[in-house]
Design a binder for this molecule. Structure first.
Ligand SMILES: [Zn+2]
Length: 305
């Protein structure tokens, strides 16, 4: 899957140990490997002495202890959260309780659109609905700490409240799960939306950060080129879906089988949700038709004429 993007799956990093990929930035990876998390969630520590933590990670006492250990003798003044999936934000309360830091994020977990009548949210268990930031940031808002400056970059799509953070001093970006170096991001309705996701990619493509530090996997060294690969990949995926519909396929499972060749079987459900996300976008744009609201078990066709 997605062999058009130059993924980097080399990552020699022991969980819950501290590494400093660049001066003034430390990383501690949580021990939560899996098909959606690669080897684990990356928690970042900015600065020295008076520091910020980006994405405290899952509710995992070992990870919380490793983070607190990494900053022993220092003061955590700020906690930033990229989005409210369970592998990123549930570590917040323990870190906040231990440090008294102020929590910044775009906002609480929410879906990208209301549920359709009769629709259940299959993603209910993946969202951290307890999360509430102390400070809700708007796009472009700047937060300054001791030796670092972060600018909020709203990047909805993977989740409605996804926010990346530009680290001004380093010309780098904490990309969360919006752009990752090891795999494509999952865009699954109703929490995610493909039209938002594409718009957020285009927005990042116009920015100048050279390195991305993602929520999972290694740093992305050639960030703007990589974002363009991501955009091309999504456009190719959309073209494949339209091609399968032109060939007479009508349902999402058949399309997934046809275009996600060799996919990890654990990701088939997510692939279906990604195709649904494309269908929602294509139906809105009038390029695909379906009866009623686009649904995972719906039937799809190209418009006549
Ligand atoms: Zn994640």
């Amino acid at each position: 899957m997605a062999d058009d993007i130059p993924f980097d799956k080399r990552l020699e990093l022991a969980p819950d140990t501290v590494r400093e990929p660049t001066p003034g930035l430390r990383v501690v990876m949580a021990n939560n490997p899996g098909p959606f998390t690669f080897k684990g969630t990356m928690s970042y520590i900015l600065g020295r002495g008076r520091v910020a933590i980006v994405d405290p990670g899952p509710d995992d006492p070992a990870h919380t202890a490793a983070l607190l250990d990494a900053v022993r003798g220092e003061t955590v003044t700020h906690i930033f959260v990229t989005h409210t999936h369970r592998d990123h934000s549930p570590g917040v309360p323990a870190i906040k309780a231990a440090t008294g830091a102020t929590v910044y994020a775009e906002g609480p977990h929410r879906a990208a659109r209301p549920l359709h009548i009769g629709e259940n949210n299959p993603l209910d268990s993946s969202g951290d609905r307890d999360f509430k930031p102390d400070v809700a940031l708007k796009d472009g808002e700047v937060v300054t700490g001791d030796g670092w400056t972060l600018a909020a970059v709203t990047t909805p799509g993977h989740t409605a409240n996804h926010m990346a953070y530009a680290f001004k001093e380093n010309n780098t970006l904490f990309a969360g799960d919006h752009v990752m170096g090891w795999a494509t991001s999952i865009v699954a309705p109703p929490d995610g939306a493909m039209s938002d996701y594409m718009a957020s990619l285009q927005k990042l493509a116009k920015r100048g950060e050279t390195i991305y530090f993602p929520g999972h996997g290694p740093a992305i060294r050639d960030a703007s080129r990589f974002v363009n690969y991501y955009i091309l990949h999504r456009k190719a995926r959309e073209a494949s879906i339209l091609h399968r519909l032109a060939k007479g396929e009508t349902d999402i499972p058949s399309i997934v089988r046809a275009i996600y060749i060799g996919i990890d079987p654990r990701l088939t459900g997510a692939a279906g949700m990604s195709v649904l996300a494309h269908m929602e976008d294509l139906v809105t744009r009038g390029l695909v038709e379906t009866d009623g609201s686009p649904a995972i078990d719906g039937l799809y066709r190209l418009p006549r004429g």
